[in-house]
Design a binder for this molecule. Structure first.
Ligand SMILES: [Fe+2]
Length: 279
């Protein structure tokens, strides 16, 4: 069991994302939690494997990253835990216990919020033996790879994000938005290029699902700009693909990554993952 200050880490891909090795979060002190949160802040994606966490420990750990954020939809939160959202294809007593086929297509979580969501944390309890990978793209690395003229041009653009647009247009799980959800999620405008406050690094802030238009452009033209940039940012050189195992905990910074879930054989395998949102 490593002591605080002695955590072993390795990069997930080149210098993108980091795995913390040999840590048991059930045994870790608050000091170690703080050190892990610090490592996470300096990296865009964090992986810790082989965990066996109760919902309470998961939330205690998550709280070290920042304040927990309620979910936009509350129909699949874990009973008794409104800040834990369940992703699953499991059906118990004839009812789905979680959301299924969510997050297909490159996006960032919470881009439609007035204050964009910073962190998503997923904790996997059951995973399919094949399929269901999550890919992460480094949008700081992608920004850095742009030429100076493109950096200047995109640095002036703003994107209008909409939860309703997302729900009505996504490939899987298209859903009608209730008046309450609509009232909770007015359209939001965010810069296309964000600057990370703690180190000044810039990133492309894209989300294909919610980007309804680029301010000042015809809607289709604006969406084409976003699509083209997302294609650029999700080239293999910027992407880490995570193959899930039960016990994996992955957190990522939505402000400097894109991510994309993938399908699995849901007739053959069951998946159960808890999601926490953190500001
Ligand atoms: Fe997502």
């Amino acid at each position: 069991m490593p002591m605080a200050g002695a955590l072993r880490t390795r990069f997930l891909k080149d210098d993108f994302g980091v795995e913390i090795l040999d840590v048991d979060l059930n045994e870790a002190s608050d000091e170690t939690f703080g050190e892990i949160a610090d490592i996470y802040r300096r990296n865009s994606v964090l992986l810790i494997r082989n965990q066996n966490l109760s919902p309470d420990t998961l939330l205690r750990f998550s709280s070290c990253f920042g304040p927990l954020v309620p979910h936009t939809r509350d129909e699949y939160t874990l009973p008794g835990y409104p800040t834990i959202y369940v992703l699953s294809n499991k059906v118990v007593n004839g009812k789905p216990i979680g959301i299924h086929r969510d997050g297909i297509g490159w996006h960032t979580d919470g881009s439609y919020l007035q204050r964009p969501l910073i962190t998503t944390l997923l904790y996997a309890l059951e995973t399919p033996l094949e399929g269901g990978d999550t890919r992460f793209a480094d949008t700081c690395g992608a920004y850095e790879a742009l030429d100076e003229e493109d950096k200047r041009k995109y640095g002036e653009l703003e994107v209008l994000h909409s939860f309703t647009y997302l729900m009505e247009n996504r490939e899987y799980g298209r859903a009608a938005v209730t008046p309450e959800q609509k009232a909770k999620t007015p359209e939001a405008v965010h810069p296309l290029v964000l600057t990370r406050p703690h180190d000044g690094k810039k990133s492309l802030y894209l989300s294909l699902g919610t980007a309804q238009e680029v301010v000042g452009y015809e809607p289709e033209e604006g969406r084409e700009i976003v699509r083209r940039l997302a294609d650029f940012a999700t080239q293999p050189e910027f992407v880490y693909a995570h193959k899930w195992k039960a016990g994996d905990l992955v957190a990522w910074n939505n402000l400097c990554t894109l991510h994309c879930a993938s399908l699995y054989d849901d007739m053959k395998y069951e998946r159960l993952v808890y999601r926490v949102w953190i500001d």
